[in-house]
Design a protein around this ligand. Sequence first.
Ligand code: NAD
Length: 489
Amino acid sequence: METVRSTERYDLLVGGEHVPPTDGTYVETVDPATGDPVAEVAVAGESDVDRAVGAAREAFPDWRDTDPAVRGRTLFRVAERIRDHADELAAIETRDQGKPLSQARSDVLSAARYFEYYAGAADKLEGTSVPVGTGQVDFTVREPYGVSAQITPWNFPGNLFARGVAPALAAGNTAVVKPAPTTPLSSYRLAELCVDAGVPASAVNVVSGGGETGAALTGHEGVDTITFTGSVATGQRVMQAAAERVTPVTLELGGKNPAIVYPDADLDEAVAWIDRGIFTNAGQVCSAADRAIVHEDRYEAFVERIVERAESYELGPGEADPDMGPLNSEEHFERVLDYVEVGVTEGATVATGGEALERDGYFVEPTVLTDVDNGMRVAQEEIFGPVLTVIPYGDDEDPVALGNDVAYGLVAGVFTDDVRRAHRAAQRLEAGNVYVNKWFGDTNQTPFGGYKQSGIGREKGLEALDSYLQTKNVAVNLESGSGGDLPGA
Ligand code: NAD
């Protein structure tokens, strides 16, 4: 497939063709490190979304009926293409999203892993046989839904494309992807590589645009299942749209994740993990270590060491592979700085950071807010930036209860050398993922998703396939004659 463009204008990808939007609308995306324009990207209207869904519907029966071993081999080739183009994809992601090049590269390699992992699953999507007695053969088959709508946010654009598209295709669905308006470029390139590797051209379509494009997709009658990753507020709207036609949804929403540091924790290790957990991708991570809940005996030492680390960060354009890049957009940059002010007004102390860098682009210093009470907005609301809130607790308080006292339930971490204490905390923490003595413990193979307002369903691992398969039970009568017992007899 032709991938070299003479301009930085990105059209929609429908049925394997780059097509302009019907009404000719394009928006400019910018380099978050400078604010300079990067590309003009098509905004899909309702009729464009209709075309993309139509293409995916048309491709569905053939892809569903493709020998699963062939589907698997095709997905494996996609993984190889991604690995072969890792440098190019990482450069695209860094320019569009702003993250340091090495982090973008890691996202890209993890995207390849999704395709490898689900390639291996494509021919193992087995049903079960149900022992209902000698008069009937009874078994289940697992069938794809049809067209999978994939709506992604701007923090891990290419990686989340792969997280959803790979299992959707492995299970025999086709896809229409709507990336976030500020970061669509890697999704276009990844979709091209899918087609290049042999995925039928109409089986992966990309329609860029904002909320209206997303709403046109979730409201389209040709969509059979929806995978949404983004904020709680938008997730609620997606769920309402899905309710109209009882379309299944998988929602991967936000987090406000507790990292509990017990008095017996190895403090250097805890600080190192939490530092990485909050400042990776400038804190624009749903599973960030947002809230350090630290025993009062270790509080001072913890703050001293995390501040020291935060102050050692080098910030700069992602292309130079600094420790931290800019925030993704001006709007988000303003939002994060507003949150620092909210924290100060609420009585928190800025132990370090809290300011924008005096340069172009959307850079915010790594920030540590101390003297935080769990009831404050900065402890309850997702900031989604490089802002750690540190909450002390005493012997008469239960840190797990404090950790759970929030509307979210995505991930949680505990740092302790006491194995019983770790397991007891893991049992009681209300989160889809619990890390013990580390952060970001999930891999492509482990199920990932939220309790409470952090979402519905699971991504990653074999469990993700449940979002892309429906179960059919087949009952075959072995006895002659008609009628017979009622089910309750
Ligand atoms: P967002 O909710 O603003 O947007 C997400 C996507 O939804 C974008 O593509 C957007 O254009 C689209 N959208 C907006 N309105 C829509 C509508 N009415 N119908 C359909 N689609 C619509 O989120 P964001 O600001 O892009 O991303 C940040 C959020 O994503 C954070 O809350 C973060 O925690 C969450 N997130 C969660 C995970 C996870 O796996 N749980 C991963 C990454 C990000």
